[in-house]
Ligand binder design. Sequence first.
Ligand SMILES: Nc1ncnc2c1ncn2[C@@H]1O[C@H](COP(=O)(O)OP(=O)(O)O)[C@@H](O)[C@H]1O
Ligand SMILES: [Mg+2]
Length: 367
Amino acid sequence: MWVYEILSNDIYFQILDKKNRTIISSLEVKQYHGTSEHHEPGLNKSEFFTVSRPLSNKLNDFTIKIYTSKRLIEIFELTNIEPITKVVFLVILTTFIIISSIILITIKYTLIPLTEISKHSAQISPSNLEKRLPTSGLPNEIRPLVFTFNSILDRLEAGFKSQQELLSTTAHELKTPLSIIRGEVELAPSISNELKTILIQDIDLLARQIQQILHLAEAQETLNYKFKYEQVSELIAEVINFISRIAKKKNIKIIFIEKEPVQLLVDKGMFFTLMKNLLENAINHSPFNSEVTILLNKEYLTVEDSGTGIESCNLPYIFNKFWRAPNRQISGAGLGISICQKITSAHNWKLHAYNQLGACFHISFKI
Ligand SMILES: Nc1ncnc2c1ncn2[C@@H]1O[C@H](COP(=O)(O)OP(=O)(O)O)[C@@H](O)[C@H]1O
Ligand SMILES: [Mg+2]
């Protein structure tokens, strides 16, 4: 309505002939008879601007005059009206941006708990099955899913634990009858010495395998680890002392190079098993009168022997349980390196093997 009001009060037109006589005009102009560019029409006190344009055809010459009030011009300047398409485009664009931002923010906030949950579930492995997904601060829609997942973990943990227990109880139960059998074979008068040696070798191997199975069961249960800050060189010295009896048999020298004092969070017993397994392997695979070198610094620990090394095609398999090189001469259970890997990963270290002079086992303390 205001538009019509303004147009009728603020815009006037007048068409004049050659002799300046009004032919057609709006009402207010009819009452006005001035000729200057600035007028003050009788009905409206505000100032007007006049624009004159000649309008000619073949028969006559006319002049058209348009009077526009200053008020109207100011209104247009103030409101700064944009073309309709631009306005519509801007409205659509703004709406789109607002709706997209709302959607993005909603999705982000809904997904935050899911991201947290996936982070937690990525940390769950057979070695830490006691972990559970957090249930606080979850949206109601996700809560049942997390509860179900946690109850699956409960059952998995119980199953895994009973398997571990069965494994270690069986191993313990087998140890006693085996040592009785060994004693009986040694004392049996009816068995020849030659057969006795073979039988005792087999019994010892079986006992060792049972011992290794027991170690493996212990090493993969994180609850068995009691970490304490230890001076690593002292622990290594203990293992060297223990293993020197076997090393002496092959006249192998164990060299320990400690680049700097290293203190680490360690489970003493497990570390002993780790080093014993690596050193046993190194001694077993090294020739007589050779050397095994242990190098320790703050970053890593290496055990290097002077044997023929591990064939590069076999390197990916050595961490597999019960894997042993096809052309092996030394008897074993094929569990030693698996045990070492379990122990290193429980300490958050990384174990890998490569060939240098002989085989080299490398434990990185900082992953
Ligand atoms: N220092 C080494 N040099 C060469 N081969 C090795 C060495 N250590 C391990 N291996 C290879 O890896 C296999 C697996 O080792 P391990 O898990 O300790 O089992 P085991 O010693 O009972 O055979 C060994 O049978 C051997 O073939
Ligand atoms: Mg071994």
